[in-house]
Design a protein around this ligand. Sequence first.
Ligand code: NYM
Length: 208
Amino acid sequence: MTRGLFILFEGCDRSGKTTQSTRLVQALNDSGIKTKLLKFPERTTAIGKMIDGYLTQSTKLSDQAIHLMFSANRWEAMEQMQADLESGITLVVDRYAYSGVAFSAAKKLDFKWCKAPDVGLLAPDRVFFMDIHPDDAAKRAGYGEEIYERREFQIEVRVKFFTMMDKAWSIVDANKDMDEIHRQILFLTKKAIQKQEEGPAPIGRLWV
Ligand code: NYM
């Protein structure tokens, strides 16, 4: 049996990641590809609840402490993610370590320091970067409710994402029609799944 693929959505706030990841999971399951949706931060765990308190501005934490919590929140999911992938389940993940680095580095924390706690996490097979200009994101519903949703900051975050891209990434124009974006992403995902079936590759590790 072929392992599942790890598909990741990254991007600035309000770029449509949640909409597109949900639609992708639905479409893959409808075509008989067993798929699960995961989201980071995963706010239901003990660590996730602390992160939620920080994001909704009810708890104060230092930049370093919150950074390490975001990373710990991924590490606590790793065992299950690996088991799912090995049992053939495809994982669609809404945000991951790249968000961790982009948001903290945009606060001027050292880039290498930001990457260190996530070294060794499972690496995604494909990354879809939902690209939206922060001015357009600001017009979307709900913008400004959480701590990082400020124009200047989001511009910095977007720049940091661009410095981390490699050949696994596709840049998706998030201003396009939602259905068109979905079709494009579904096409690329199915191609990646087919490639994996034809020439299985092991699960990679981040930044090693
Ligand atoms: N975020 C997310 C980080 O700062 N570091 C991380 O490691 C992750 C996974 O949390 N503004 C930030 C990005 C978002 C915020 O994410 C909440 P979402 O996708 O809006 O729930």
